[in-house]
Ligand binder design. Sequence first.
Ligand SMILES: *Cc1c(COP(=O)(O)O)cnc(C)c1O
Length: 400
Amino acid sequence: MSSWTERYAASLMNTFGPPKLALVRGEGAHVWDADGREYVDFLGGIAVNTLGHAHPALVEALSGQVATLGHVSNFFTTPAQVELAERLRELLVPDAEAREGARVFFCSTGAEANEAALKLSRLTGRTRVVAMEDAFHGRTMGSLSLTAKAAYREPFEPLPGHVTWVPFGDVDALRAAVDHETAAVVLEPLQGEAGVNVAPTDYLRAAREITASAGALLWFDEVQSGMGRTGSWLASHPSGVVPDLVTLAKGLGGGMPIGALVGLGRAATMFDPGQHGTTFGGNPLSCATALAVLRTIEDEGLLGRAAVVGDRLRAGLGADDRVVETRGVGVLVGLTLAEAKGPDVVAAAQDAGWIVNATSPERIRLAPPLVVTDDDVAGLLAAWPGILDAAGVAHPGEQP
Ligand SMILES: *Cc1c(COP(=O)(O)O)cnc(C)c1O
């Protein structure tokens, strides 16, 4: 371990546990640690580094913007901010009429986008929110109030209230929970932190119908699943379901901190001046970088690429019988192990030069940059059986 990790322990709060590596450089999906060791990063900063590291489009956009105009306050606007909002409306709202009425609020993180949506939902005049039992929406008090997991919540209670949880994917439970006091239903069309769970299309359709008839807002948290990762701009796009609110962050800025709340229909115009705001929201550095991310996804055909690479990873990694199930869409990949040795697999992968992550002892998650190369993918597929061997994952039916 480098001295950086010791200095980290001596000077940073212990919110994340000890860092696994001190990284000093990156290029594409590759990163190098302080000892000069190379890794291929199949976690992508947890679904953030859409274009990997040091992509020329990122370098040009960010350095060009910082050399031209850095931060301005929200007393002012900038071309980058307006263009990004316009671009998000075009890409995320396929229906022309819905797009016309859509409006964007910019902030800096996923939790902050969810805070904005939660506050906005109160302007319906209702306070109840229905959320999913496995959901993850962030760590601030408001976004945490929508997260069911006891270990995350309990030390910080009381949290903002009036939240009801229902099992993800259960239409009857949702129908029973939503009534004319419900302000919003929030769900991740593709749950990331819960271990890569895909909502069936029928469930999204039912959620739309149930919320519409109760006069409640339908809010999709696409902080992890959005911005191309699944092969579509939003994971919910193939369903054709149009929500009232979409929250975004992670992949949008390709590594620059940016979050966004997109409001459609009546949700687009519910905030009045003074009701919400944030200093860094919509700053030109983040917006110019996000614009470059969107442009590059289109120029390099990365939506199609995400779909192809994701299928190849699921097929190749799932071919080992110690992977009993594969999940996800595009390059948000979940692998269920035959034995609950996720942390050992993560450690063995890192020893072999590959970065992956475990969302639970049974489940490995991959969320590589969309620019991950064929060689990177072939390399991981070739290394995978050896990683599972090194982690001591037994083949089903094998004596331990
Ligand atoms: C990561 C994540 C968040 C929180 O985003 P932060 O930027 O960490 O605040 C919220 N929702 C989902 C679905 C996420 O994956």
